[in-house]
Design a protein around this ligand. Sequence first.
Ligand SMILES: [Zn+2]
Ligand SMILES: [Zn+2]
Length: 289
Amino acid sequence: MTGTHKLDLLNNSISYFREAVAYAQHETLETKHWKFAIVHVVQAMELAFKERLRRIHPTFIYENIDRGDRTVTLRAALARLRNPKIGNMPISDAEANKIEKAFELRNQLTHFEFDHLREHIELKFAEIFSFMIFFYRLHLSLDTSEFIDEDQHARIIKLVRARAELMARALEYMKSRGHLTVWCCPSCVEDMFVVEEQQCCFCHHKESIVECPSCGTESFESDLEDISDEFEYSMDEGVMRLENDYGMERVACPECVGRMREKIEDLRREHYYDHLAMEEYYASEPRRG
Ligand SMILES: [Zn+2]
Ligand SMILES: [Zn+2]
C-alpha cells in the first residue's frame, strides 16, 4: 500500500508539472492555456506536498491520522510542512500566503468563468513554478532533469525573469511617485497596491477603496462584509420584505461586523423577553366576562 502511494504521489506530481509546463509554452495569447497551466501546477504542488509528508511518515498524508481515509487538503499539508515538529520547512508567511492564493485561484478557475487578466495568470504561474523547482530539488531531492527538459526550463526561466523585471519596474514607479500609501494587494499579494490610485502597480488589479459606513475606516471594497442576513424579513405573497434592519447599514468592515452581529443578537433577545413579559402579563390578567 505504502509502495503504491510512493509511486502515485511523486509520479503524478511530476506528470502534472510537465503538463503545466506544456500549457505554459503555447505560443498563443489565449488565456485558456494559462488557465490549464495554473490548474496543473497547483495540482502538482499539492501532490508534491503530500509526497514530502509521506517521506516524514506515511500517516501524515491523511487528514485524520487515526482514520487514514481522506488525504489532507493543500492548506493542512502546508501547515504540517511548516510545523517545526513535523516538516520544519522554512516557508515564510508571505510565501505561504501566496501558495494559498494560488490554491484559491485554482479553485476559481476550475469552478467559475474565466475573468482574470492573462498577465496576472502568467505571473501567478511564474511564482508557483519557481517555488516548485525549488521544492522538487531541495525537499524531494530530485534532479532538475527528472521533472523538466532543459530547453523548457530555459524558456520558463525567461518568463520568471520577466516577472522580476516587472517587479523592479513597479518598485521604481513607486519610488518616483514619492509619498504613496501602499497596501498588500488582494490579487497578487504583493505590497504594491497604491491606495491613492486604487490600483496595484504590479499586477494592475483595480479596486475601490471605500469607507466602512459604521466606523469610517478605509478598506478594500471586497473586504466589506454583508450582514443583511441578520436582519429580520417577512414573506408577503412570495416577496421578501425587510422588517427590521436594527438601524444598521448592510455592509461593514470585518472589525465592525463581529460587534454588529453581537448587537443584533442582543436586540433580538431583548425583543424576545419583551414579548414573553407581554404574554405573561396578558395570561395573568383576570378574564372579564
Ligand atoms: Zn497586485
Ligand atoms: Zn468599520
